[in-house]
Ligand binder design. Structure first.
Ligand SMILES: Cc1ncc(COP(=O)(O)O)c(C=O)c1O
Length: 490
């Protein structure tokens, strides 16, 4: 009988032990069925090139444990009654699957299965891609980052252990709270800052701590698709609130007094995706409404560092006097998205419950990156990098606006303020969004329709142009190409 067994001569485990395991697994896994003859000790020793004593020792053990039996004058066989309870049922061959009752998932699990776009459909690889939210990664000061990383790798090895601080590395929380006070007028102490794995985890935690199925969350329409997907998969009922040039129309929230709104999600500094900025009267109106109704405001301040020409708009959180705001920030835009470090600034009364939820869910973020980021902020590199990038993105933004004006003229309407790293543009063309995307793709240009970000289906023709990672030349050339394929088709 040819029987493939793997024995490693330089393994620390003795040969007879390896042989025992291999044969036992072959029997358990159904490769050797009950009643099947197995080779004699002499044959097996010869075919494996090992001593007969080794094989005899192994067989003795299998015999004593009841895996095999000898029949005088006939040979050695796999026992028909196997010892392990597990095997009392019919053995299976390694290719045959055993059936089990259908999987019963939780409501959350079911909703994940039913939700489209989770995970996000990967964008097709294109030489030019207007995908939103991507910084110019090649500008990242990688040498400096590497230097900080190697400094921490070689010094105190405390970072290898579990963190002692369940809110996140304390010096990082201190650095972030100082940075937020100075640059975003956020009102907070370090102990209100919870370090999270990006905006996405902050939203997930908020859902788990606040939302029961069918609770109502109001959100900007159009609004950030990834936030909406989290809200929906947690079973929330979504209430779309329209957006105009001054951001969320707050009176529409108040007009829904019959709904018990638990949370409202807003991007006040740079509405995603329209680019509107929530006006001061509306900010005050929103805070008053939240205080009166007991709802919480989720402020997603994802790219407010980039405002061109004017001073950055202070965060809504800084105006809050009633602990109504859950403020979220991220390093995905100002540094790089795979860093997966963001922060949630919490009212003091909520710190403990959020810290517990975070700790139970994933303990904490890697300490090494938190230490490096702390130094990056404290040594002034973060703000220096932001200043440099602001000027670069401003040039790119101007190039995009110019290209749209030159090549589209009145066939394109640019929405939004001078901020962020994307523009929303209404294209007035005879084609559907899908046709525009396909035509652009056939010329190596990736375009993104704003359609999926609407809760209430909306007229076609709106596109998000992320320009952060494209050079001025790429922007000019690609907009020229898009205009040609839409208005002078071959
Ligand atoms: C509105 C909005 N919020 C937040 C983020 C960043 O998410 P994260 O911090 O999970 O990378 C993005 C990314 O594109 C975004 O568009």
């Amino acid at each position: 009988m040819d029987f493939a067994l793997t024995l490693l001569r330089n393994s620390p485990s003795p040969l007879h032990q390896q042989l025992y395991e291999e044969l036992r697994q072959a029997i358990l896994g159904g490769r050797l069925l009950p009643g099947r003859r197995i080779p004699s000790t002499r044959q097996l020793a010869k075919s494996l090139g090992i001593s007969r004593t080794t094989v005899t020792q192994t067989y003795d053990q299998l015999l004593s444990e009841g895996y095999i039996e000898t029949v005088l004058g006939s040979g050695t066989f796999v026992c028909t009654q196997l010892p392990d309870d597990l095997l009392r049922s019919t053995p299976i061959s390694s290719t045959e699957k055993m059936t089990r009752p259908p999987v019963k998932l939780s409501k959350y699990g079911d909703s994940l299965i039913q939700t489209k776009n989770v995970p996000r459909i990967p964008e097709p690889e294109m030489p030019i891609n207007f995908r939103y939210g991507r910084p110019a990664l090649e500008q990242f000061p990688i040498k400096l980052w590497r230097k900080l990383l190697s400094h921490y790798c070689c010094s105190d090895l405390q970072w290898l252990d579990y963190s002692r601080d369940i809110l996140g590395y304390k010096p990082l929380r201190e650095a972030i709270s100082r940075y937020l006070c100075r640059s975003r007028a956020v009102n907070c102490e370090p102990d209100q800052v919870l370090i999270v794995n990006g905006t996405q985890q902050a939203l997930d935690l908020i859902m788990r701590l606040f939302i029961e199925p069918d609770d109502v969350i109001a959100m900007e329409d159009p609004g950030y698709l990834s936030a909406r997907l989290i809200f929906q998969t947690h079973g929330a009922k979504l209430l779309p609130i329209s957006v105009d040039d001054s951001g969320l129309i707050v009176k529409d929230l108040a007009n829904n007094s019959n709904e018990q709104i638990r949370l409202v999600y807003v991007t006040p500094s740079h509405q995603f995706p329209t680019g509107a900025i929530l006006s001061l009267p509306r900010r005050l109106e929103l805070l008053t409404w939240a205080r009166q109704t007991g709802a919480f405001i989720i402020e997603d301040d994802y790219d407010s560092e980039y405002r061109y020409g004017d001073k950055p708009i202070p965060a809504l959180q800084g105006l809050d006097r009633s602990d109504s705001v859950l403020y979220i920030g991220t390093f995905s835009k100002v540094l790089f998205p795979s860093l997966r470090i963001g922060y949630l600034v919490l009212p003091k009364s909520l710190i403990s419950v959020f810290a517990r939820g975070k700790w139970l869910s994933d303990r904490h973020l890697p300490l090494l990156e938190q230490q490096v980021l702390t130094d990056f902020i404290e040594e002034g590199h973060l703000e220096r990098h932001i200043r440099k990038m602001r000027s670069l993105y401003d040039q790119r933004r101007q190039a995009l606006v110019k290209a749209l004006n030159v090549y589209f003229g009145d066939k394109a309407t640019i929405l939004g303020e001078k901020a962020g790293i994307h523009l929303m543009v209404r294209l007035h063309s005879p084609f559907s969004d899908q046709e525009i995307i396909q035509r652009a793709a056939s010329h190596g240009i990736g375009m993104m329709s704003a359609g999926p970000h609407y809760l209430i289906p909306h007229s076609q023709g709106e596109f998000i142009f992320g320009y952060g990672e494209l050079t001025q030349q790429q922007l000019m050339e690609s907009i020229c190409t898009i205009a040609q394929i839409l208005f002078s088709p071959e």
